[in-house]
Design a protein around this ligand. Structure first.
Ligand SMILES: [Zn+2]
Length: 299
């Protein structure tokens, strides 16, 4: 599939005929008046900022008339969203962009995407969600297809007030090597799963021994076998684990997670650069963006 930019005419067609207010997730409708909205009207970035809407109808009218190139809303709730003042709380978000993935199964060059790396991005998102659920007991989690990757949006009430989010980011992305790699649960388990994701996709492995045994190495680590990397020496083993942790740290955009005033592409809006719909994912396992997030003017 070709990811071609939408024309002004196509944007208007999308917002007039296809976009519906009910496509906006309930968690945004319910908090509409506490959010800051931002718009990019010409493809030069979200310069129209500090927009607020008091009613769903006002918002609907705005979108239908303006047919923005891109639309965003704050992840934060403000008492005065039009001034970005009196911050109340903010969703915890993770931004996984397929075009920036440091490891992927396809041959896309940086900045490009295909069906395969979109699949990699989803697998990564689901792995992180699983860790958020099992390690932080978070339940109110939404997955959004962003147009070129995925957003994870956490709306558990008690999580919305956490201001220092870097530790959660480091934990669920497995950004450092655990002291006890083989502990059954907790961080070591998160690390082993992320190791499997990353190590299975690393391309610049020079050791023939490792390349030959890659699947077995992963399987053994997931089985918590201390001999999982016996084909190399101890220092090489340590180097590999560190290298994987470093790659893990860059798989999602940490800047987005730690920023409690971030704006995020609005689910239901059109990502005009690639002509795809930013969409709340209902069925996480079966969702296929190339079938479900393509606007009608491209089909
Ligand atoms: Zn690709």
């Amino acid at each position: 599939m070709e990811f071609k930019e939408a024309t002004l005419e196509e944007r208007h067609m999308y917002y007039k005929k296809e976009w519906k207010i009910k496509d906006l997730p309930d968690f945004l409708i319910d908090s509409l008046k506490y959010r800051e909205f931002c718009f990019d009207h010409d493809g030069n970035g979200p310069k129209d900022r500090y927009e607020t809407f008091n009613s769903v109808r006002d918002f609907e009218r705005f979108m239908k008339i303006k047919a923005p190139y891109a639309a965003y809303s704050s992840i934060s709730y403000y008492k005065k969203p039009g001034k970005r003042e009196n911050w109340m709380k903010a969703e915890i978000v993770f931004d996984i962009d397929a075009k920036d993935l440091k490891v992927r199964r396809c041959d896309c060059t940086p900045g490009n995407i295909c069906e395969i790396c979109l699949g990699d991005a989803k697998e990564l998102a689901l792995t992180i969600i699983d860790s958020l659920r099992s390690n932080f007991d978070l339940k109110n989690i939404f997955l959004v297809y962003s147009g070129r990757g995925y957003h994870i949006r956490v709306l558990d009430e008690e999580a919305l007030y956490i201001e220092d989010r870097s530790k959660i980011f480091d934990y669920v992305t497995a950004s450092h090597v655990p002291k006890d790699l083989f502990m059954l649960h907790g961080y070591p388990e998160v690390f082993r799963r992320m190791f499997a994701f990353t190590f299975s996709r690393i391309k610049d492995i020079r050791s023939k021994e490792i390349l030959k045994n890659r699947d077995e190495i992963i399987k053994r680590l997931l089985d918590r076998r201390i001999d999982f990397l016996d084909c190399v020496g101890e220092s090489t083993k340590r180097r590999i684990l560190k290298n994987v942790a470093e790659i893990n740290a860059g798989l999602a955009d940490g800047k987005v997670t730690i920023d409690t005033k971030r704006i995020l592409r609005l689910p239901s809006s059109l990502h005009s650069k690639v002509s795809m719909i930013c969409k709340l994912v209902k069925n996480w396992e079966s969702f296929d963006p190339l079938k479900e997030a393509v606007p009608k003017f491209r089909t």
